[in-house]
Design a protein around this ligand. Structure first.
Ligand code: GYE
Length: 320
């Protein structure tokens, strides 16, 4: 075959069309994600998991950090609507107050996925699906460990101080409720003080100092809604000249590395696992939603309970 100039040009054009074909094919999925903040080890691991999963899946992720403020999340969601992202995902800092902005997303026909924390809305069609842990069950598990542990000392009674998570957040409300449900009607257990430490180490320490000042040696259990507050409180207990894990039992939730380190030092008695590595599942859900495939309304995460006795064995397996 004689290669004419025209044929060569034509072949070159065809090749260049083939080479750039993916640009015309599937446009990458764009997800707008509004994160709570960077308040805890758990959150840092959760953010890394989501960013990593998005990168691996070739998803264009618009990430916004709300610094624990609902108004920042509302602004971020509105900006995602204005940018016409394919899917909006967010981890709502508090449960209530989302109806208006979610109605705006629905009117713009942008599906919304809840990640990690749930919302209370009048119309459940305002979001497509919720992926996250069962926080009530986590609270129950924390209390069940304490009830079991207490069987070793049948005549002892337990004065509990509680460090709550962020006021109005689903994990704070649910972990409180689950724990209370298990100890209800059992006169051995009494919650003598309960206050928020906003899920941070600094606040956990500060509030525990106040508890110790007013209650002193009366306290024999600390129940913290997350490990970071427990770790802050452990410092306060030590500074007060008491032994965390012994004089005051320390029970918390998340199962982050810092909690395992504290258990190995005998300063924390148990952590109930809450898995933050939900990035891959979240991205997959967003892809399915975009493709119009049906997804379950609720997706849960499998989790365990780790008492100090298993900490050394389990520590090398921890991924966050
Ligand atoms: O337990 C806490 C974080 O929503 C499950 O938020 C999450 C909680 C987690 O700040 O450490």
């Amino acid at each position: 075959m004689r290669l004419t100039r025209r044929k060569i040009m034509g072949a070159a054009m065809a090749a260049s069309i083939v080479a750039s074909a993916p640009a015309f094919a599937a446009k990458p999925l764009t997800i707008g994600f509004s994160q709570v903040g960077a308040e805890s080890e758990w959150r840092t691991a959760n953010t890394a998991s989501i960013k990593d999963a998005a990168r691996k899946a070739g998803v264009n992720l618009k990430f916004a950090d709300a610094q624990q403020r609902q108004e920042n999340q509302v602004k971020a969601i509105r900006s995602f609507i204005a940018q016409r992202v394919d899917v909006i995902a967010f981890s709502p800092v508090v449960e209530s107050g989302w109806d208006t902005v979610l109605r705006e997303a629905k009117a713009a026909k942008i599906p919304v996925i809840l990640s990690d924390r749930a919302v209370k809305v009048s119309d459940p069609s305002l979001y497509v699906t919720f992926i996250g842990s069962d926080f009530v069950e986590e609270g129950r598990r924390a209390a069940r460990w304490l009830v079991e542990h207490a069987k070793k000392n049948p005549n002892r009674s337990y004065n509990i101080v509680e460090l709550q998570g962020t006021v109005g957040s689903a994990p704070a409300l649910d972990r409180k409720a689950g724990f209370a449900e298990v100890i209800a009607g059992n006169p051995k257990f009494k919650i003598i003080r309960s206050q928020t430490g906003d899920f941070t180490r600094a606040k956990g320490k500060e509030v525990m100092e106040a508890f110790l000042k007013s209650e002193g040696k009366n306290i024999n259990v600390l129940y913290a809604h997350n490990d970071d507050m427990a770790i802050g409180a452990i410092q306060a207990i030590e500074e007060a000249g008491l032994k965390p894990g012994k004089d005051i039992l320390v029970v918390s939730i998340d199962g982050v590395r810092g909690a395992f380190e504290a258990m190995l030092q005998g300063k924390l008695n148990v952590t109930v696992e809450c898995n933050p590595l939900i990035g891959p599942q979240l991205i997959q859900l967003a892809q399915q939603v975009k493709a119009g495939k049906p997804v379950p309304k609720r997706v849960t995460v499998n989790e365990g309970v780790f008492p100090a006795e298993v900490a050394a064995k389990e520590f090398p397996n921890r991924k966050y």
